[in-house]
Each structure stands twice: as structure tokens, then as C-alpha cells.
Design a protein around this ligand. Structure first.
Ligand SMILES: [Zn+2]
Length: 454
């Protein structure tokens, strides 16, 4: 270990021409070790799952434990867990209970033979990955492309993975990605699955960029495609413009987007009245913000419950300028002042107050936006904890599952509580001798509560 450090330190201090030749064999060995680390990481992720490692940090998920204990991002931890599953998990498509019940004895036998075969292919693919130290990048590229393979294709996913792993020994990452993608495209039509497009339906929304927009990626099934196509047919020049005689300088793509945004806008208005707070876009403004809104720079963005930040112009265009609610926030805790209710479900007013104060999940380090979170009773409802603003906080679905309502320290699981000194909501670790931890993430720092505390 010491030797490794000194070889590296030497080159870092003086990257001379002579040092290159001298260091090259070591660099090649190091690269190989790093490639092997791909398999090591996968195995570690699997063993963390088997060890229920989430408990070490007071959570239920092994993925969170990996991210925290190794100080890596959640997306990197996710990749490792996926890789672990691919190596050590079930390589065959999972059937629902309903599908299993409908099986005839002959179908069952055929399936079991296929599953046996898949296990053999998986072991072979793993062996190639191990012997040829296939890098994490290549393995992730293969997995990403294979996720697009339909069920019931002529060649199973496990077989295709083995073939791709063989190709990985000679191809570059980019070339391997193309090879696998082309295979999937060619094999997919052999799937006898009328629901293939429905299963693939998806809409994912990327992160907001510095201009305030984001890319989205959409896969439509036949029905969705037909609906969208018929809508887009209306997006001819002049569509949705106030003055139909004026020349329409928008591109076709822009016209199509405008037509699409109009639909979203109308659907949004339809959804508003029925559901308390859900489907509503709430804008968080402190008293200071409201006083200064006209003086604020036009591109200043205000946080909303959806995690997307909007400028005053965008807020006005959404038609949500008629906010008439406010919350009085306590300067020590940043929590909203008294608002009592007795029903279990938090009232819309309480949600608004919590949103104004908390903005994101209150467990430390979390940035999950309010609109995706749940209202949590700090003293549990079953133990008589009231639905008072003093007893509720918003936490994400994920962290809600890790809350130990019994507060008995079992499995090192802690709970959300109120700091007796400041009144601020935070996380009390299962071991009560440890101090409470608060959400000071960048997202939480934008909350009304954080603004009130400073
Ligand atoms: Zn959370």
C-alpha cells in the first residue's frame, strides 16, 4: 500500500518524460485493478443488501448505506446495486402471480428449462467479465441497452448479455454500445408480446438547466402516440396565436411544443379543485420577497413545491399570481406558528404552512420536493399525536419508510423529532446519545424556514 502511494506521489510531483516509461507498467496494472473493481463493487452491493446494511445508517435501503458509507453519489450506488443484481440476481424475466397461475404444465416445464438455461448463460457472462476484467463502463453500457429488450424474444436477455460480454473483450465502449443496441433493435420484433409497447411506456424529466428549462424523454404506446399525433395535427402555422393574420415565425417544433403546453395547462386547471394541494403549483415567497417582488431582478427564481424554480414572469404566465395565503414563521425554528386541526389528514392550509416553512423533506441531506412527499406525524397518530402544525413535518416516501415510530432504537433506526431548544424539526438517530441532525442541504437552505432562521 505504502509503495503504491509513493509511486503515485512521485509522478504527481514530477510528471517528467523519464517518469512515463518508468510508471507505465504500474499504470497498466492499476487500470486493470480498477476494471476488476467493477465486479468487486457489484459483489459488495449484493453483500450489503444481504447484510441489510441500511440499518447501519438508520435507513431501510442498502443503496443509501453504500452512498453514505463510501461517500459516493446515489446514482453511482444505484449502478453498483444494478450490477450486483445482474451478476447474482435472477437472470430471467419475472412473471406475475396471475401469469404463473394461467400456465399449463407444458408451459411450466418449458419456462423452467429456459430459466435453467438463463442461469447457465449468466454464469458464463460473469466468468467472461471476471477473466477479461471488463470495465464498469462497458458493463453499464451493456445493461443500459439490454433494458430495452422486450420479454419473450427469440434470444433471451441472459444469452444476449453473454454475447455482449464476449464482444466487450475486443470492442471499445462506444462500439460495444452500438453493437448491443443494434442487436436489441434486430431481436425485438421477434417478441410475441402484444403489450410490448405498453410495457415500455415512459416519461422521464431531466434536471433543470441554468436557463430554467429541462429536457424530457418520452416513449409512447400506440394509444398515446395516436392521441398525440392527432393533437399535433392541429399545430399548423397560426395555431394558438392571438392574431391569425400575423406571420407565424415559430418553427414546427416550437408550434408543436406550444400545442402540447396548452394541453398541460388545461389539464392542470381541471385537476385543481378536487385534490387538496396535489396538482397545484405553490410558490414559496417570504414576506421580504413579496415586498421586493417588483424590485427583484426579472430572472430571479423562486422555489416551488415541485422542486422546479420559476421566475415572476413564469409564475404570472401560469396564472397562479393570485396567492393570498401567507404563513407566519418563527424566527428561531423557522416553523409556522400555531394552526390547529384535529382530522388525521393535514388540511390544505396546514400543507401550505408546512410548504412555506420546509420546502423539501426534513431528513438531513435530502432534496425531495414537497409535492412528492408525505405528511408525517412526529408523535405518531396511533399514539395520540395530533394533526397540529406543531406535530407534522413533510418527509419523502423513501425516508418515511425509515422512521421508527416506536422510538425504541431497534435496528439502529431513528425518528423525526423536534429539537427541544430551537423547536426545529430534525432527525434523532436511534442511539439517543447522538445529537439530532438537521436538513442543511442546498435545497433546504432555500426554504422559507431557513430564510426566517437567518
Ligand atoms: Zn427525504
Amino acid at each position: 500500500m505504502q509503495e503504491i502511494h509513493s509511486i503515485m506521489d512521485e509522478l504527481i510531483a514530477d510528471p517528467s518524460a523519464a517518469a512515463f516509461k518508468k510508471t507505465l507498467p504500474f499504470a497498466q496494472l492499476l487500470e486493470q485493478l480498477l476494471n476488476k473493481k467493477a465486479l468487486f463493487d457489484a459483489a459488495l452491493a449484493k453483500s450489503a443488501e444481504r447484510a441489510d446494511a441500511g440499518r447501519i445508517i438508520g435507513k431501510t435501503s442498502a443503496l443509501d448505506a453504500l452512498a453514505k458509507l463510501l461517500d459516493i453519489s446515489k446514482s453511482e450506488a444505484y449502478k453498483r446495486v444494478q450490477r450486483g443484481e445482474e451478476h447474482y440476481g435472477n437472470p430471467s424475466p419475472e412473471l406475475s402471480e396471475e401469469e404463473l397461475e394461467k400456465e399449463t404444465p407444458a408451459q411450466k416445464e418449458a419456462r423452467e428449462t429456459r430459466e435453467q438455461q438463463d442461469k447457465v448463460e449468466q454464469a458464463e457472462a460473469n466468468r467472461i467479465a471476471h477473466n477479461h476484467v471488463i470495465s464498469a463502463e462497458k458493463q453499464d453500457a451493456i445493461r443500459y441497452e439490454l433494458e430495452k429488450l422486450n420479454d419473450n424474444t427469440s434470444l433471451s436477455k441472459a444469452t444476449l448479455r453473454k454475447l455482449a460480454m464476449k464482444e466487450a473483450t475486443t470492442r471499445s465502449v462506444e462500439d460495444l454500445r452500438n453493437w448491443t443496441r443494434n442487436k436489441v433493435i434486430r431481436i425485438n420484433p421477434s417478441a410475441k408480446d402484444p403489450l410490448a409497447a405498453v410495457k415500455k411506456r415512459s416519461l422521464s424529466i431531466g434536471r433543470q438547466d441554468h436557463d430554467g428549462g429541462a429536457r424530457a424523454s418520452l416513449y409512447l404506446d400506440g394509444k398515446g402516440l395516436a392521441l398525440l399525433k392527432s393533437l399535433m395535427a392541429k399545430a399548423k402555422p397560426g395555431h394558438l396565436l392571438n392574431d391569425p393574420d400575423k406571420e407565424d415565425i415559430r418553427t414546427k417544433q416550437q408550434r408543436q411544443y406550444d400545442a402540447f403546453a396548452e394541453i398541460l395547462h388545461r389539464a392542470h386547471a381541471d385537476l385543481l379543485p378536487g385534490r387538496a394541494g396535489v396538482g397545484t403549483i405553490l410558490v414559496s415567497l417570504s414576506a421580504k420577497d413579496i415586498a421586493n417582488i417588483e424590485a427583484s431582478v426579472p430572472d430571479h427564481r423562486y422555489p416551488t413545491n415541485t422542486g422546479i424554480k420559476l421566475t415572476p414572469t413564469e409564475i404570472l404566465r401560469l396564472g397562479s399570481a393570485k396567492y393570498d395565503f401567507g404563513a407566519v414563521l418563527d424566527a428561531d425554528s423557522g416553523r409556522p406558528l400555531h394552526l390547529a386541526r384535529t382530522q388525521r389528514t393535514a388540511s390544505l392550509y396546514q400543507r401550505l404552512a408546512l410548504f412555506a416553512s420546509e420546502l423539501v423533506c426534513t431528513r438531513e441531506g435530502c432534496d425531495s420536493p414537497f409535492s412528492e412527499n408525505e405528511i408525517h406525524h412526529i408523535r405518531s397518530w396511533l399514539e395520540g399525536g395530533p394533526t397540529d402544525i406543531e406535530n407534522i413535518t413533510n418527509i419523502c416516501f423513501h425516508d418515511h419508510g425509515s422512521n421508527n415510530d416506536q422510538r425504541d432504537g431497534k435496528d439502529n433506526m431513528g425518528y423525526m423529532d423536534i429539537d427541544p431548544v430551537t423547536g426545529r424539526v430534525g432527525y434523532q438517530p436511534g442511539d439517543r446519545r447522538k445529537p439530532m441532525r438537521f436538513n442543511n442541504s442546498a435545497a433546504a437552505a432555500e426554504s422559507g424556514g431557513a430564510q426566517a432562521r437567518v
